[in-house]
Ligand binder design. Structure first.
Ligand SMILES: [Zn+2]
Length: 238
């Protein structure tokens, strides 16, 4: 999306924020960012206290990678700035505190069976950030992004997850599917019945390429956008 203007990205990020809210992936907590065509600048949705389901393009915040946290910005903004600084091919990061991913993040051994093809971005070994704190400074964010490595998702113990994508549309679809897959894994642990996961001989990257093309990400974005009409703004103003 090299030719996407910042104005377009603002609109897309606002829609993505509303879609994530509709799926209860962001609400009081959680946020999403996208890198602009200027690799020193990214866009992020409003932080805690803002109504994500009402996010409009005018609510989107534009930040320089070196910008420090000040009240009014997402407290954990450094996870966005550092992923965009260290991995500029990752155009979008989504941070969630959603129930099934939080449940997995509390497990000593995070299950990595693949129970649905559409979650084939699921790592064969789940990266886990082990700090009992928020990602509240740049050093913590750098450590988190190093732990993430080349995977699409990392868990944060007792906290949530980060999900990344090469486009905003990819990160968005992955975040929704990650929570669904985490829910399936938690359910499987609860019922205890034998599982038939995708065989380990199946290459997950190849499966992902077949099942979740860029065209599918874009199709999902168009589809999901139709459900999220925008009304009063994220801060409640008309
Ligand atoms: Zn958080």
């Amino acid at each position: 999306m090299a030719d996407t203007t910042t104005a377009d990205l603002r609109s897309q990020l606002a829609a993505a924020t509303r879609i994530l809210a509709q799926h209860h992936l962001v609400g009081m907590f959680g946020h999403v960012s996208v890198l602009t065509n200027d690799p020193q600048t990214y866009l992020v949705c409003p932080g805690a206290g803002a109504r994500k389901d009402r996010c409009r393009a005018s609510d989107i915040i534009e930040l320089d990678l070196d910008r420090e946290f000040t009240p009014g910005l997402p407290l954990e903004l450094y996870m966005h700035s550092e992923v965009h600084r260290l991995k500029p091919h990752i155009k979008s990061l989504i941070h969630v505190h959603s129930p099934a991913l939080v449940a997995l993040a509390a497990m000593a051994e995070v299950p990595t069976d693949l129970l649905m093809m559409h979650a084939s971005f699921w790592p064969e070994s789940m990266p886990v950030w082990e700090e009992p704190d928020l990602v509240r400074d740049r050093a913590a964010a750098v450590a988190l992004i190093e732990i993430l490595g080349d995977e699409a998702i990392a868990l944060l113990r007792w906290h949530g997850a980060v999900i990344v994508g090469g486009t905003l549309q990819e990160a968005l679809f992955r975040a929704i599917l990650a929570e669904e897959h985490a829910s399936q894994l938690v359910t499987a642990l609860s019922h205890g019945r034998p599982l038939a996961p995708v065989p380990k001989t199946v290459d997950r990257d190849e499966l992902y390429a077949k099942v979740l093309s860029a065209r599918t990400h874009d199709m999902h974005f168009g589809y999901a956008s139709t459900f999220v009409a925008v009304e009063p703004g994220a801060r409640g103003d008309a």
